[in-house]
Design a protein around this ligand. Sequence first.
Ligand code: LER
Ligand code: MN
Length: 261
Amino acid sequence: MKLACQENLAPGRTLKEKLENLAKYGFEGVEFWGRDLRDRLDEVKSEMTRSSLKVSTICAGYRGSPLSPDPEERRVAVEDVKALLEAAAELGAVGLIFVPVFGPPKLPDLSPYKKPEELERELLLTLLYDLARHAEKVGSVLLLEPLNRYETHFLNTLDQAVEYVEEVGSSGVRIMADFFHMNIEEADIAESIRRAGKYIYHVHLADSNRVLPGWGHTDFESGFRALKDVGYDKFMAMECRVPGDPEESLPRSVAYLKQFM
Ligand code: LER
Ligand code: MN
């Protein structure tokens, strides 16, 4: 297992400085937000060739909305997700982090025919078959991210994500496990990690209060032991608030986590 950090958390005036700082603090990877990435892909690619860091992942950043009732919103989302999967492959990243829907359902309640959640499930599967094929074709992976109940009504637990991965049955769809969301939704983080095991391709790190690991009360020791037990050898990226001086708090959090790795 390797530590990565989201680019925006790193101090530095330029990407070069940020990458140098992250390497100095003990990180091996960097995660980019997808939003503006395609506009700066050449800059990122050329800077990464000079860095010891690897791109772990791209985090979301697609426009549109995959589970919207508006066909145009869905079309834009699918188009952007496909383009970001290609960018992820070009950067040598593990894949693209994907959240199907934020907040409440956008699809209508057609009960007694179908509830919004049933429509969402069927629509998501339809989209996933297509996105999975594209991911396989370009050599990338779509990483389904369960979020806590306050951010989405839909995909909250690793078990739910496993169901989609198994239903789609493609190496182009896998799971990313975020310790902040798991701390709210999973009854036992270590057991959930063991069950999702072979499908976990990325991890987000934040403590219980979404501050850097070490600043809250999440039990990273048992979570990391479960990751080791399932043979996890990929990146875990910081996605959290960085308190105080990042020059001091980021390496402190790295040292804190390394004792469990
Ligand atoms: C959102 O809370 C989150 O965890 C991100 O990784 C997805 O946008
Ligand atoms: Mn996350």
